[in-house]
Write a protein that binds this ligand. Sequence first.
Ligand code: MCN
Length: 797
Amino acid sequence: MTTQLFGEPVQRREDPRLVTGNGRYLDDLGRDALAAAFVRSPHAHARIVDIDVSAALDVDGLVAIYTWEDLPGAIAEPLPLLIPHPALTHGRTAYALAKDVVRHVGEPVVMVVARDRYVAEDACDLIKVEYEPLKPVIGVEEAARGEHLVHPDVPGNVGAHLVQEVRSADGRSAREMIEDAPHTLAFRLDIERSASMPMEGRGVYARWDPDDESLRVYSSTQTSTSVRMAIAAKLGLPLPKVEVIAPDVGGGFGVKIMHPWPEEILIPWAARQLNREIKWTEDRREHFISSAHERAQVQYVRVGFDDDGRILGLDVNILHDHGAYTPYGIIVPIITSTQLLGPYKIGAYRVEFSSLYTNTVQVTPYRGAGRPQGVFCMERTMDKIAAYLGKDRTEVRAVNFIQPDEFPYDQGLIFQDGRPLIYDSGNYPEALRMLKKLIGWDSFPELKAKAAAEGRRLGIGIGCYVEGTGVGPYEGGHVQITTDGRVHVSTGLTSQGQGHETVFAQIAATELGVPIEKVTVVTGDTRRFGYAVGTFASRAAVMSGNAIALACRKVREKALKIAAEALEADPRDLTITDGVVHVVGAPSVSIPLATVAVLANPLRYAFDEEAKRATQFAGATSMDRPPVEEGEEPGLEGKDYYSPVRSTFASGMHAAIVETDPETAEIKILKYAVVHDCGRLINPMIVEGQVHGGVAQGVGGALYERLVYDEHGQLLNASFMDFLIPYATEVPRIETDHLETPSPLNPLGIKGAGEAGVIPVSAVIASAIEDAEGFPIDRMPISPSELYELRKAREHA
Ligand code: MCN
């Protein structure tokens, strides 16, 4: 049996439970709890004139109705704004229940608690809210005109405005470099709204213990510790009196992170108020109109370059649609603007963004978080340069690549974590070589010509990206070996399907030399681990992975020390194999870890016959070790934290071959290839799964997913009948190859992988369609009807 499982494609241990229906999701809990439902605004922008609940009061089974007026103290204040930034001069967050004005369709106005959801919804229908409609602001261009305001005290609807600039080595600005460049291009790109759309929506279930004056809250969240802190602060409870548990979470993709949702505050508050268990489970329509969206940006690009396609100056102006509120600060446009440069070194760079309020659902990070937009911009730029110069698109990229001997490479910008944007490692030329081989880049012209002879249109496309992963500030791991030889690992961050139960067990098994079957992993339960940040920004592997490894190393050291005493050996001569500590080269001189765990506990004799035998085996008597020496702790357990100096930069490149129908403009992906570098792989199979899932989401963003608002601020496609996400039939087979350039920044040499799949897909598909059609694709997503219209426009041009 091997315990060296780091790097092995171990089967996901959580899957048998999840795929046989034995997962426990939020709605599986609290079956007898009261249900909450919300009256939500039907208007995009309106003043609340009156709320009349009288007709609902007689509904049989009604328990309580709350409006903003009923909320006490801090709960009546706006929700917290996380991650403030000096450029965010006008940050605004919503109230848990709307106060005076609603700013998007779907904003919660009244909360109803009742015997069950049916009764709660019936009561909602009887509540009359009188509104005075105000002019809604829809789309960044209308917002930028500033004629009507989303927040009356935010001039021009500008929540934030930021200019970042990197000058050339000889001190010239990007604009000067562009003016002086041999060639220049200018164009506009349009990126539409999409959203996370996890299979399981949000949900909260809370119960109050009046004797202990404590709350137990279950939330379908990516960050149980921050939900806990928000509830404690808003309800005025000491932190130890609030426990938050993330049960099985059916996907998050960003929408369930950090900033507390109104429902995460209101349900626990009402549970305490009424001393009853209360649950709220989001339905799909609520998810569309009252959670969060992302992506929407308009970008104006100017680029100057030389005859080889080397970029001398790049100037990008971004109008970022932030929706009605900024609970998560300006993290999304900051990521776009700083990671737009990708794997390239650019002569000089200027990026400016305005983050604009509109009367639409608020914008918070969705898998990829601003990077798909940045990559779309950079990769469209590369393709345009190649087309202009008549060069191969991969050549233009290669000429701009940062070279392997140039790491660490400082891009001269400040990253989202406030630290310098320095790439730690990578090998972009090698990745390109691997990708070209995987997709068959060099032989594609032949394929294309052959298809053309049959009346078919094929195109090939490429897109490259880097991704800052494993962002701080910290994450922790706790490891305990019990007297049955089992290893219990816990970490505070949560899991939404990434396979953490498996990979963290692989790390512990490898570090401790125990069979993986002996390892159990708990995540996202503040009772087990109170200090944590959460699962987002592809950080779990780097952050908790390293913290768990460090905790294991502490425990291992302690185990070897105790075993050395028992075996009368030098700890440096010992190793652990299959859960047994033994002298290197003399496996018979050994002691099981289970026995070492017994020896590590001074109370071992009192309760446990096995322990008595174990210590006799070890040649010890009951009192011949001091109970707990100074500076030591009983038990074979340890905790450690990992806090990175800065983020580590994963990277990759994708390529695709598409076919566009000459008649119907239908777009089919025939082949899709990924070369991916997330440093040392813990589990290549899980990483591939993550990449595949990401590509599937990216295909949605490239071809189908677009949240359409009309001029009144009504979301026209708030259901899966109208908002298209790709089925398995639309997702191509994905060929993946891994390149491993270890990160020098963390002990395990790993980088993140969770968002890699999604980031470049729109750029790649646009690149391939452009190659098939011979005209520019400057928007994402692109549908067959739009492609058809573009063809017609070309014909008439
Ligand atoms: N991994 C590995 N070796 C590496 C890097 C990662 O084996 N060198 C493994 C990790 O151990 C983990 C998985 O790959 O099991 C993803 O790791 P990581 O990149 O650390 O990402 P996180 O675990 O932090 O997950 C967050 C990331 C993000 S930001 C979104 S959004 C997202 C995603 O992961 N949401 C998901 N993947 C998702 N997958 C599912 N099923 N559901 C979501 O909601």
